[in-house]
Design a protein around this ligand. Sequence first.
Ligand code: GLN
Length: 486
Amino acid sequence: MKPYELTIAQAREQLASGGLTSRELTQSCLDRVAAVDGKIKAFLTVTSEQALEQADEADRLRTRGAVAPLCGIPLSVKDLICTKGITTTCGSRMLENFVPPYDATVIQRLKDQGVVILGKVAMDEFAMGSSSENCAFQVPENPWKSGFVSGGSSGGSAASVAALECPASLGSDTGGSIRQPASLCGVVGMKPTYGLVSRYGLVAFASSLDQIGPLTRVVSDCALLMDGICGYDPLDSTSVQRPPAPLMAALTEGVRGMRVGVPKEYFGAGLDPEVQAVVNRGIEALKDAGATIIDISLPYTDYCVAVYYLIATAEASSNLARYDGVGYGFRAPKADSLLEMYRETRSLGFGPEVKRRILIGTYALSAGYYDAYYKKASQVRTLILEDFKRAFGLCDILISPVVPTPAWKIGEMADDPLSVYLSDILTISANLAGIPGMSVPGGFSRQGLPIGIQLQGPHFREDVLIRAGYTLERGLNLPPQRPPMD
Ligand code: GLN
C-alpha cells in the first residue's frame, strides 16, 4: 500500500513502529494531490512547505517519546475554518484575500497534537449549498464519477478524502454539509452535538446550527478525530462543559440489545429505490448484529425544510452584515459615497445564492414579518426537537437515508434552487434539534455512485453512533475504497 492510501489507524501503526515517517506520509499525500487534484479540484490552497515543516516537527516529537494519536497525520481543512497565516476564503470573492491572524480552536488543538495541515479545500460560498457549485473559484468533482457533484457544502473535504488525497478532513455542518457530501462521495462524516466542538474561528453561517466535524474513510478514524477536536472552549459561548468521553473506547462495543428506530417519514415519496435498498441492507446488518428494529414516527419532518430555510437565512443575513468593505475582505474599487461603497461591495463580493439567502433572511426578520416567519419557525423548531425527544424515549438511535438520491451531474440542478433545498430534508432536522448525526458508506448505485446511511442519536451520544457505525461497516463489508479515477 502506498502511504497516501493508508487510513489514520494504519498510518498511526506504521508511524509508531518506525516503518514510516510523517514526512514520507505527508510527501506521499502532496504527490497524490499534485497527481489528481487537477481533475478533482478539491484544494483551493496547498500548503506544501508548511505541511512538510509540520511533518518534520511531528517526526522530531516522536523521537522524543510518547505522542498524541494524531501526531504526524495530514488533514485537509474546509476553507471556512480560520488558519493563521493561510488564506481562508469561505469559497467567496468577498474573502478571496483574507488571511486570518489566528487559528480556530480546532486547528490550534490539532496543531498542539502534531497534526499536519495539507491545505484548504473548496466549498459552497459561505457554506450555502448542497453541491459545492456555489464556490466562487472551482467546483470539486465526485471522485467516483467524472462530471458529478461531490455534494456540499463540504464538497472539497469529502472529495479530498474519497480521492485518497488525505486520510481525513475537517468540514462544517449547518444543515447536512458534512453528512451529505460524505454520503455522495462514499466516506464517513459526523456532525457532532451542538456545543461539543468549538466554533471559535469557524466563519459563521447560521450560528445556532453550525458545527465542525470530521470526514474520514473509516469509522474508527472518525472516532479518533472527534476525540482530537472535542472539548470545552471558553472562547465559544455555546461550548458545553462536559467531562471527556473518548469515542475510541466505544468503537467495538457492538449493538446487541440496541433499539434502532426507523423513522417512517424519512422513507417517503422522492426516495430513490436504490437508496432505499442500501438503507434496508443497513437495517438488516444491524439486526443481524443483535439490534432490535422499531418503527418510529417524526411527524414534524414535513416542516423541517421551511423552518431551516427561515432560521438559517435569518441568522445568515445578520452574520453576513459584517462584510461591508470596511473591516476586512473585498471592497468595491469605485464608489462616490459610503452607501454606494456598501452596495457595490456586497453586489460584487457575494454570489447569487448568498444574495438570495440574505434577501430571504432579511425579509423573515423585518418588522411586520418577524412574528409570521422567524418567530413561527423558532416555535416549530421546538416541536421538531420534541419529536426527537419522544423518539429517543422509544429507541437508542435512528437509521435512515442521508440524501434522497445519489450524486447528480454538475449543472443539472443549477436552475432549481428549491429542489436542491428539498433534498436537504433528511439532514437538517438534526441541526435544528442540535443532535448528533453521522453518514456511513452503505453501498453503490448501479451507476457506481456511493450511497450513505444516516445514523442519528440523542444529544451527546456520539458513542452510540460510533458503535452502530462501526457495526455497519463490519456487517456491510464493502470493498476497500478505490475510486475509479486512477
Ligand atoms: N445544503 C444546506 C444549505 O444550503 C446545508 C448547508 C450546510 O450545512 N452548511 O443551507
